[in-house]
Unconditional design. Structure first.
Length: 158
């Protein structure tokens, strides 16, 4: 799997705009484009990509804990923001891109350090200029619900 180590390793704007968002996400999943640096830092990967749907797998490490030893809320938030926004990306047409306008998460229980999870993003609505998606973080082995989220994204053309 390709990993972006510098800004020069990331896809150019021209590359991004030359394909649909679904093609872009599939190429990251397939290792044809580098995975985002944040996914390395937070220890998650893209596992599945389809139209309006994305699944990440990840495992929080000790490096992702807060001063009290629990997995930091930012870990949950970043994974949910990423999987929900990537679900939106699968609906973005060629020649366009998106940005997150807002997202909200609810943490339902603490994820123990070292617990493998899946973060699932699913599109609810994709229009010409906005998209809405929801997401969940669940235990990979036991399917326990750890967090939920929603997002609204803006779809733009240059």
């Amino acid at each position: 799997m390709l990993i972006a180590k510098t800004q020069d390793d990331l896809p150019t704007r021209e590359q991004l705009l030359s394909m649909s968002g679904l093609e872009f996400m599939q190429r990251i999943r397939d290792g044809l484009l580098p995975r985002p640096p944040i996914s390395v830092v937070l220890n998650y990967t893209i596992d599945a990509v389809s139209d309006g749907h994305v699944v990440f797998h990840g495992t929080p490490k000790f490096d992702h804990t807060n001063p009290m030893g629990g997995v930091h809320g930012g870990w949950y938030g970043t994974l949910l923001d990423s999987c929900m926004a990537c679900a939106v990306m699968t609906k973005v047409p060629k020649g366009s891109f998106y940005t997150t306008l807002e997202y909200k998460i609810n943490i339902t229980r603490a994820i123990p350090v070292g617990t493998s999870i899946k973060a699932v993003g699913q599109i609810d609505h994709a229009g010409r200029s906005t998209a809405v998606a929801h997401g969940e973080i669940r235990g990979l082995q036991d399917d326990r619900l750890y967090a939920t989220g929603t997002t609204t994204c803006l779809i733009m053309t240059p």
